[in-house]
Design a protein around this ligand. Structure first.
Ligand code: PGA
Length: 257
């Protein structure tokens, strides 16, 4: 069984998506997470709320290192007239250290590989870790989905130099597993981990590619996480639905320690 990346702790990211529906519920969830996660060690935890809650969740953290803050999107330009958009420096002002990019729900809204790449380049340039999401809609017996994923990786990492790889995370999120309750099997996850590692090694060489953490996302919960982590040989998880339940999210985080 492949060992985890040496020297880097696992990473678990909670993607709140467009939840919860009020600031008070967001603060309540943030407080619960801070309390429950207080004694977890040896794992990096990132909470990615909607932009509008970043300030209040940062205030809940109040300097605590229990979790880091992530964003679910950013604009690729540094500044300018971009109605409705948010810049990286605005996010950094709330202590955001990670940004999820190319999530399939954003790609479904029309985001292209080129846009995802421009955002990733912006993030790493400014010292923020970019979480590049890749994944197939469905699996075909001919294995074409593999070249689809390789292409997403190649395009996503265009113009990202070797020196920035410590700021790159790749999240394998098959669309058929997101929010469906049907997770990829641990052996699917293991295979995809090796496949993604090879795709990154083909671009940067094996040594440098080791710096990229590879996560799995798609219907991860407090029950399946143990098997997925042990047999999937993955560096952590990107969690959607279950990240809205402090107790279950804590179980997921603890399963990686
Ligand atoms: P899910 O979502 O855990 O609800 O399947 C994962 C994601 O979309 O990041």
């Amino acid at each position: 069984m492949e060992a985890m990346k040496k020297g880097t702790p696992p990473l678990v990211i909670g993607n709140w998506k467009m939840n919860p529906q009020s600031p008070s519920l967001a603060v309540r969830l943030g407080k619960e997470l801070k309390k429950k996660l207080a004694r977890t060690e040896g794992v990096d935890v990132v909470i990615a709320p909607p932009h509008v809650y970043l300030g209040s969740i940062d205030a809940v953290r109040n300097g605590s290192k229990t979790f880091s803050l992530g964003a679910q999107n950013v604009h690729h330009e540094k500044l300018g007239a971009h109605t409705g958009e948010v810049s990286l420096s605005m996010l950094k002002a709330f202590g955001v250290t990670h940004v999820i990019l190319g999530h399939s729900e954003r790609r479904a809204e029309g985001e292209t590989d080129e846009e995802v790449n421009a955002k990733l380049v912006r993030a790493v340039k400014e010292g923020v870790t970019g979480v590049l999401c890749v994944g197939e809609r469905k699996r075909d017996p001919g294995g074409h989905y593999l070249s689809f994923i390789e292409n997403q990786i190649r395009k996503g990492l265009t113009n990202i130099g070797k020196g920035k790889l410590a700021h790159i995370v790749i999240a394998y999120e098959p669309i058929w597993a997101i929010g469906t309750g049907v997770n990829a099997t641990p052996s699917d996850v293991h295979e995809m981990r090796l496949f993604i590692e090879k795709a990154v090694s083909d671009i940067y060489g094996r040594n440098d590619a080791q710096r990229v953490r590879i996560l799995y996302g798609g219907s991860v919960n407090g029950k399946n996480v143990h098997e997925l982590f042990a047999e999937g040989t993955i560096d952590g998880f990107l969690v959607g639905g279950a990240s809205l339940h402090a107790e279950e999210f804590t179980q997921i985080v603890r399963a990686t320690t």
